[in-house]
Design a protein around this ligand. Structure first.
Ligand code: NDP
Length: 280
């Protein structure tokens, strides 16, 4: 599996498997096992997905050594503060049946419950992540849905640099400012909803490019993220899709095709919530 080096030297696989909305326990166990059998070595979950237990069980049942799999989970918006974060992290760990996670992210920057003092709360929360990182319980720490100003607000008060930012990224959405900022600050980017939640797959240009490379529209989207140096996290519950979404390492998109796809971002835009105004 190809990897990317984080700013602390930890290697992260270039593609991960998304698990949002795979809520049913048995289905989640089965799907995670399938993903691992297909070759994924990077699984993305979150406390709010309600499937950490199943993800952990799928990993155990895969019989693949724990240290060969990169596992990410995320702190939900209802929890902020130093002690609260440490406590909640331990609960995630126990649901996952693990003694460490590879990457722990603050899921959203401005939870509705902490809207008035979210900057202060994010600093306290990030300090808990630093503590857990220093204790070896988290191999890498980061954020998700953070825009440039959210990271800048953290920066002056933290001592361990942010390693990863997981953001929305697909042919319909290119957040130039966040992408440029993270790249110039050695923050590795991950692409959530890299297939535009399936919406983008019928787009004419994507289909034409897919035909040109003898690939599927989904493979073009996955490769589009990789060719932008962003780690895609495609999700599927269907075996043939799980397998084919990973078959993207035998080609590379030409510059002109990357530019053509990028132009689609002027059509639809963001599918998910605005990080500054999320209603949760
Ligand atoms: P994706 O862009 O991965 O799209 C998933 C959808 O595409 C599903 O409906 C799936 O259906 C379908 N699909 C998958 N593969 C194919 C294929 N080859 N051909 C046709 N359709 C396909 O959306 P997500 O929003 O799930 O994003 C991926 C992951 O990113 C999440 O699972 C989660 O881990 C993470 N995420 C993080 C967020 C954050 O705030 N940090 C927010 C949103 C997502 P089916 O399952 O039936 O195959």
């Amino acid at each position: 599996m190809n990897t990317v080096k984080l700013n602390n030297g930890i290697l992260i696989p270039t593609i991960g498997f998304g698990t949002w909305k795979i809520e049913n326990y048995d289905l989640a166990v089965k799907t995670v096992k399938l993903a691992l059998k297909s070759g994924y070595r990077h699984i993305d979950t979150a406390a709010i997905y309600g499937n950490e237990e199943a993800v952990g069980q799928g990993i155990i049942e895969s019989k693949i050594p724990r240290n060969e799999i990169f596992v990410t989970t995320k702190l939900w918006n209802s929890i902020r503060g130093y002690d609260e974060t440490i406590e909640e992290f331990e609960e995630s760990l126990s649901r996952l049946q693990m003694d460490y996670v590879d990457l722990y992210l603050i899921h959203w920057p401005v939870p509705i419950d902490f809207k008035n003092d979210y900057q202060k709360k994010n600093i306290e929360t990030y300090r808990a992540l630093e503590k857990l990182y220093c204790a070896g319980k988290i191999k890498a720490i980061g954020v998700s849905n953070f825009l440039k100003h959210h990271i800048e607000e953290l920066k002056s008060d933290i001592s361990i640099p942010v390693m990863v930012n997981q953001i929305e990224f697909h042919p319909y959405y290119f957040d130039q400012e966040t992408i440029e900022y993270c790249k110039s600050n050695e923050i590795v980017l991950e692409a959530y909803s890299p297939l535009g939640r399936g919406k983008v797959l019928n787009e004419k240009i994507i289909k034409e490019i897919a035909e040109k490379y003898s690939k599927t529209p989904a493979q073009i989207c996955v490769r589009y993220a990789i060719d932008n140096d962003i780690i895609p996290l495609p999700k599927s519950i269907k075996e043939e899709r799980i397998i084919s979404n990973l078959e993207v390492f035998d080609f590379k998109l030409a510059e002109q095709d990357i530019n053509q796809i990028k132009k689609l971002s002027h059509l639809e835009g963001k599918i998910g919530s605005n990080p500054d105004n999320a209603s949760f």
